[in-house]
Design a protein around this ligand. Structure first.
Ligand SMILES: C[S@@+](CC[C@H](N)C(=O)[O-])C[C@H]1O[C@@H](n2cnc3c(N)ncnc32)[C@H](O)[C@@H]1O
Length: 348
């Protein structure tokens, strides 16, 4: 008779291993639904499976498994069973994944489907070589040049940034005390989402958003759509080689994590130089906890920087504090924002 090598009370379930190890199935099911615009099709409606299949051009074979898997994963609601059943959005998918709503945040998930999913297949190569595994690997161009070479890629990237930052910037606009400042400049401001969000909440602030030249027309479009074209100054600027515009508050959302340590310090120093005494640099990122063991999303985002950039990595408050003090800032403080994201403020 064989005996268990492990005492029964020590036997643990492998469920978590399977959940994460096979998690790509759920990931791809959700991302494919977004890619097919299923949640936009459903909008506020309840539709039978056959009508969904017809509208999305899906074969009957996988149709009900696809829809019912989305029900089981909590991304659709269903009334009934089988051909007579009606499918509709959950509150969450209806709010965040219906493209007809301003609250749509699926841009980052569209980019995850179209780019990141396949690039992450080469994580092992990235870990062995330290080299990016995205377009950079195939084109030899620096990351933003490679992505922005295609106008659709540029728009998708900016949409992705907006998707991941919308909630975070909304919280920042309330959580940071802008009352004592008169001007703000967002460095690498993408489609000016931070500028638009803060401008709406703080009418007294003069706001500038700067980014690379291909981005400026899209930022202009977005500011105009928001009715804030006259409130926000938009400009093209190479943040690496040109001085920053002077402002009381300089913000950088998911900027520092794109760059290596020397470049991070270079950007922090430039911010210091552009700020007046008592000015503030605010960085908004998925700041890793100082023990590097709780903010899993921050750590995974740092691996994403391995995939996406030549030397980028995410960092802790302690890391940033050291760099900021080296640049001359007198103090730093952390403000928790939405989910894994935080702001760290460096005071001149
Ligand atoms: C990861 S995105 C972050 C965008 C936005 N701040 C946010 O929080 O979503 C990095 C941004 O930096 C911009 N960028 C990259 N290199 C730049 C440079 N040399 N000068 C100015 N902007 C740059 C990119 O165009 C992109 O918008």
């Amino acid at each position: 008779m064989t005996t268990l090598a492990i005492a029964p009370e020590k036997v643990t379930s492998p469920a978590r291993l399977f959940e994460t190890g096979m998690g790509f199935m759920a990931t791809k099911t959700l991302l494919t639904a977004i890619k097919l615009e299923l949640f936009t099709l459903l909008g506020e409606n309840a539709l039978p499976g056959a009508a969904i299949g017809e509208r999305l051009g899906l074969h009957s074979r996988g149709l009900y498994d696809f829809l019912d898997a989305l029900v089981a994963l909590g991304f659709l609601q269903r009334d009934g069973l089988g051909e007579g059943a009606l499918y509709e959005n959950t509150e969450e998918t209806g709010l965040f994944l219906d493209k007809n709503k301003a609250s749509y945040v699926g841009g980052i998930l569209e980019m995850a489907n179209d780019r990141l999913y396949k690039f992450w297949n080469d994580l092992g190569e990235g870990l062995r070589t330290g080299n990016p595994q995205n377009e950079v690997k195939y084109t030899g161009k620096p990351v933003f040049e490679a992505i922005y070479a295609d106008p659709a890629g540029l728009r998708q990237f900016l949409g992705a940034m907006a998707g991941i930052q919308a909630g975070t910037f909304a919280v920042l606009a309330q959580a940071f005390d802008f009352d004592n400042y008169h001007s703000l400049c967002d460095i690498g401001g993408a489609n000016a989402l931070l500028a638009v969000t803060v401008a709406r909440a703080h009418p007294h602030l003069a706001i500038t958003s700067v980014d690379l030249p291909p981005v400026e027309p899209i930022a202009r479009e977005h500011a105009a759509q928001a009715g804030l074209a006259d409130r926000i100054t938009l400009a093209s600027l190479d943040m690496m080689s040109q001085p920053f515009p002077q402002a009381d508050v300089i913000t950088m959302g998911n900027i520092l994590h794109d760059w290596d340590e020397t470049q991070k310090k270079h950007l922090i120093r430039k911010a210091y130089e552009a700020l007046p005494k008592d000015g503030a640099l605010v960085v908004i990122e998925n700041i890793i906890d100082d023990e590097r063991q709780h903010n899993a999303f921050g750590l995974l985002m740092s691996l994403n920087m391995l995939i996406e950039t030549a030397g980028g990595f995410d960092y802790t408050h302690a890391d940033f504090h050291r760099w900021a003090r080296e640049a001359g800032f007198r103090a730093t403080s952390k403000i928790p924002l939405a989910g894994p994201a935080s702001a760290i403020v460096a005071y001149k």
